[in-house]
Design a protein around this ligand. Structure first.
Ligand SMILES: C[S@@+](CC[C@H](N)C(=O)[O-])C[C@H]1O[C@@H](n2cnc3c(N)ncnc32)[C@H](O)[C@@H]1O
Length: 213
């Protein structure tokens, strides 16, 4: 069966991408969507999660720290971090198309194309902090182990958590595993808000800060 191509309308594109049936198809759809992503998620002032996440990150992280942006996409989080004075940013994503847009913005020191469900080629303790936004329902939960490996002890993970899917997608179990192992502790849970009030009102989000121990 021929694979469907990029839909014509903004709402259809958002739904088509986020409902990709496999990881490979998700990657392919993001590559196709990359050039229209910022316009689609920003044009209706709907996707407020990056700015909410960065507000919390700015309260909990030193702007001089090396921050890894996991599932960085086109760099919306990186742009908001840069506006808050953060200068040392690394982008990780498995979509070359999305990373290409992020690269063109000139805000990331390094950009790596990698699948976050597996151990990446980056050494452990690579960053002082890691931020991730718009990823809970897409990046497999095994990524949380990789995040804890990438951040140095004493560092922090700032995570835009879609609360209703945290357990269903396996994140809660891996969080517990890391907590029991003495690797991670949730130190802050922010206010609840709708991640995309217009297009996906059912996604309720909280910004969590996790201390890497
Ligand atoms: C909704 S976008 C969020 C992008 C950006 N953080 C933002 O808030 O605009 C999700 C991103 O996760 C990436 N992604 C999804 N699954 C992934 C995986 N297994 N490994 C790496 N990146 C992945 C996609 O390519 C996409 O860029």
């Amino acid at each position: 069966m021929a694979e469907k191509e990029l839909p014509d309308s903004q709402i259809e594109r958002v739904n088509w991408v986020i409902r990709a049936p496999t990881n490979e198809e998700l990657q392919r759809r993001y590559n196709m969507w990359a050039e229209q992503y910022d316009g689609d998620v920003g044009s209706i002032d709907d996707y407020i999660a990056p700015s909410k996440l960065v507000e919390v990150a700015a309260e909990h992280l030193d702007p001089a720290s090396h921050v890894i942006d996991a599932g960085a996409g086109t760099g919306l989080v990186g742009e908001a971090l840069t506006a808050k004075g953060f200068t040392h940013l690394t982008a990780l994503d498995f979509s070359a198309g999305m990373l290409e847009i992020a690269r063109s913005k000139g805000i990331y020191h390094n950009l790596h194309e990698c699948d976050l469900s597996k151990e990446t080629a980056l050494p452990e303790n690579s960053g002082d902090a890691l931020v991730t936004c718009g990823t809970t329902t897409q990046v497999p939960s095994t990524s949380l182990r990789e995040y804890a490996r990438l951040v140095r002890s004493g560092g922090k993970i700032v995570f835009a958590v879609v609360t209703g899917t945290w357990e269903e997608f396996g994140y809660a179990a891996i969080q517990e595993e890391l907590e029991v192992a003495g690797r991670l502790r949730v130190s802050h849970k922010g206010e609840r808000f709708q991640m995309m009030p217009t297009t996906e009102p059912q996604f309720i989000c909280e910004i969590w800060v996790m201390d890497v121990l």
